[in-house]
Each structure stands twice: as C-alpha cells, then as structure tokens.
Design a protein around this ligand. Structure first.
Ligand code: NDP
Length: 399
C-alpha cells in the first residue's frame, strides 16, 4: 500500500511500529525518525527481517525545515506524530508545506503553560482543506478510541446521548513506589492541573483530584478514581449531539497520590525554570530524568487496564444506558510487543488511524477529531489488531 513516517521512538511509538510491521500489507515501508537516532536503530535491529522495510533518521521535530527536508526525501503517504505534544504544530506545518497527511495522539500544548486545548490545531482546518490533505487529531486511546466509541454509540445505540462518563482504570502494578506509565512530564502536567468537566454548555472547574468516586470495573474490581480534565472532553462536547454532561475519571492508587503530593509540595512538579549552579532547569524535566523510564516498566507490570465510556441518553423515546470498554493485560502486551498496556492501548489506535488515512477509509481534506469520522471500520480494526471491545447494556452508573 504505502509509506509512513513515524516521528518519535518512545513507548507509544515502539508499539505503533511493531503493529505497522505486523500490518505490512498497508505499511510496506516505514521511516522511524526521532531526536535520538540510536533508539530508532535499536528498534529497527529488533524488527528487521519482516516484510516491512524499515529506515531510520535523526530529526529535531521542533524545526520545521528539518522536517520538510526529511518528508521530501522519504515521500511518505502519512506522518504519524508520536513525539510529544510540543511538536504538533511544527509537524503540522511541515505536512502543510509538503502536502502530506498527518496523524497524532495528543493535542498541542505550549511548553510554558500546562494547558492543552484544540484551538491551535483546529486553526489549521482551512489550510489542510485547501491543501487537500487530512489531519487526524488525538488518535490514541483517550483521546482516540473514546471518540470512536462515542461516535459508534451515537450511530448505533442512541437517538441522543445526554451524558458520557469516560473511565480510565489501570490496575497494573510495576512494583516501584512511584513511576508514571507514559512520559512523566506529560503525565504529571495532566494530573496536577485543575480538573474540569462539561455541563450544560460550559466548563465546571474543580481543584486537582477534588472529585473522587469508587467504581467496580469489569475484570478489575473496585478502584478509586478521580475527575480530571482531559482533552477529548472539548471535542466531544462539540461533536456529540444532545450532550449535556461529559466527565473523565482516572484511577490512582494511594501511593501514587501521596508521592505526587509530596513532590508538588517541595516544588518538583513545577514547570517554571529555576536557576541552579548557573544553569536554568525546569524542576519537572529534572524529575523526569530521575524517574523510571516508562519503557522499562514493561517486564515488571502485571495486571490489567480497563478504559471505556458509559453513555446515558435516549432511544425511541426511552432512557437508555450503554457501556463500551476494552480490557488489556499488561503481561500479554509485553509478550507480544515488549511494552506495557498503556503504551499498547495508545500505539495500536495510532497505527489504525495511520492505516485508515493511508487506505483512504478516513481520508478527506481538513482537520478532524476521530469522532467526526465513520466509527465502524475503526471498531472492526480494534478487534482485529489487539484491542477487542466489550459492551454492556446495564452498567453501574457513576453518581
Ligand atoms: P516518550 O517520552 O516515551 O517518547 C517521546 C519520543 O519523542 C521520544 O522518542 C523522544 O525522543 C521523541 N522526541 C521528543 N522531542 C522530540 C523532538 N523535538 N524531535 C524529535 N523527537 C522528539 O513518550 P510516549 O511514547 O509515552 O508518548 C508519546 C505521545 O503519546 C505523547 O504525545 C503523549 O502525550 C501521547 N499519549 C497519548 C495517549 C492517548 O491515549 N491519546 C496516551 C499516552 C500517551 P528522545 O528519545 O530523544 O527523548
């Protein structure tokens, strides 16, 4: 079928690249390009010998000119951005300049403000339309599959969805007192920010971790979960008709929260640069350097994740509830691709999104969030590529 340029070679990228190689009919050739080329070469060495031809390159994705040169050299059908949210706009600029399709898993966030929202990337809509290329935003699990689940529920199960609760549970245990399951800097920025949810046409803001609920998750059991702001709330509020409330909850264990509170109290989670020995350092970036690399958690993490959406709405004039979720086993993921389930649940949809753009199923000019496109082929692909979904018509609801 064609060629994909994958930018970044961390936890999520590694899974997506394994999956591209399993799907060599679509991904005939890939280029892995990242800041540290040795990581790309190590992954290539591990995966070489299959049907997908793998190239590697060094690139600093903060520089548009470097990206343009690389894209012109490799001529990919799609660029799959699996670097960090800070690089979204430079990569989108390079895609525009070279008329290349674009897919990512997280929305743009300026380095100096921990505020993630879609306005910067939605501002590219007209330019992508005019250039005749597709940008697919937020195609991981959450955001990503949660948007596909919402579009599927809207298409097949409801006349009108009034409430969505997105529940993200990780019952995995890595045995460390404190570690994050994906990029620590991005993860800590997300969980130490104020919480918020969408209700009756406006945002309701909460203190960090102010709202706690206990939920009995299928295949995982009872967990404490906390309301967070999460990026898909913004796009779902716009794209799901009749929506009155959307909330996002994530599970955290007591040890994680105690460590986080302590790190916050001593100033280690701050993103304000400080002067140290004549050098400017950002405490959170320093903290990232001393924490375990999320990629190293794979062999140690045992247990399962359960991520899904509970919908409440109306069908044929009657009230209805519906729960769509995926359960993923950390050790199974590790056996298959050498990573834990958090990277797996993000990397698989990223590969699927790139495939949908490459094979034309989801290719149309403009900038889209996943829930704006037909969910059916994506739902089939989830079952096929390792993230089978389950449904329940009588779920417990979150009060
Ligand atoms: P990692 O930190 O493991 O990997 C990031 C990769 O990007 C590294 O290889 C890093 O290179 C590379 N990189 C960073 N800056 C640059 C740059 N300027 N130029 C080129 N490469 C660069 O992160 P994850 O794999 O955990 O996360 C990847 C993305 O996935 C993030 O945007 C994250 O927010 C998103 N995500 C989305 C989820 C979802 O469900 N939607 C869930 C989890 C994550 P180096 O090796 O040199 O550091």
């Amino acid at each position: 079928m064609g060629k994909a340029l994958i930018i970044g070679c961390g936890g999520v990228a590694s899974v997506a690249i394994h999956k591209c190689c399993q799907n060599s009919e679509i991904f005939e050739e890939i280029m892995i390009a990242s800041r540290t080329k040795s990581k790309c070469d190590a992954l290539k060495a591990k995966l070489d010998g299959g049907k997908t031809k793998i190239h590697t390159a060094q690139v600093d994705a903060d520089h548009v000119e470097e990206l343009i040169a690389l894209i012109n050299r490799f001529q990919p059908d799609v660029v799959l951005n699996l670097a960090l949210p800070y690089q979204d706009l430079t990569i989108m600029d390079a895609c525009l300049a070279t008329k290349t399709n674009y897919v990512d898993t997280a929305n743009y966030e300026p380095l100096d403000t921990a505020k993630f929202e879609y306005k910067w990337q939605w501002a590219y809509r007209e330019r992508f339309e005019k250039a005749g290329i597709t940008a697919l935003l937020g195609c991981g699990f959450d955001p990503g599959v949660t948007g596909v689940f919402s579009a599927y529920a809207q298409k097949h199960e409801f006349d009108e969805i009034n409430e969505i609760d997105i529940l993200d549970a990780n019952a995995g245990d890595h045995g460390y007192p404190f570690a994050t399951n994906f990029n620590p800097e991005i993860n800590i920025r997300e969980v130490s920010a104020k919480g918020s949810y969408w209700e009756n046409g406006k945002w309701v803001e909460t203190e960090p971790m102010e709202i706690k609920r206990v939920y009995d998750f299928p295949e995982i059991g009872e967990k404490d979960m906390y309301l967070l702001h999460h990026e898909e709330l913004e796009s779902l509020a716009l794209h799901i008709k009749g929506i009155r409330r959307i909330r996002f909850f994530m599970t955290f264990g007591q040890s994680y929260l105690t460590h986080l509170k302590c790190l916050e109290n001593v100033g280690m989670t701050s993103i304000e640069p400080i002067e140290y020995n004549g050098m400017k350092i950002v405490p959170l970036q320093f903290l990232k350097a001393v924490l375990p690399d999320p990629a190293s958690l794979g062999p140690r993490t045992k247990g399962k994740t359960n991520i899904g959406c509970i919908f409440k709405g109306k069908k044929d004039g009657k009230e209805k509830t519906y729960y769509l979720y995926n359960v993923c086993d950390h050790q199974e993921c590790y056996k298959e691709v050498g990573s834990q389930a958090i990277s797996y649940t993000t990397g698989v949809p990223a590969m699927i999104g790139a495939m949908m753009v490459m094979n034309g199923t989801w290719r149309k000019p403009g900038v889209f969030n996943v829930e704006e496109l037909d969910p059916d082929p994506f739902m089939d692909a989830l079952n096929q590529w390792g993230l089978p979904w389950q449904e329940s018509y009588h779920p417990d609801l979150v009060d």
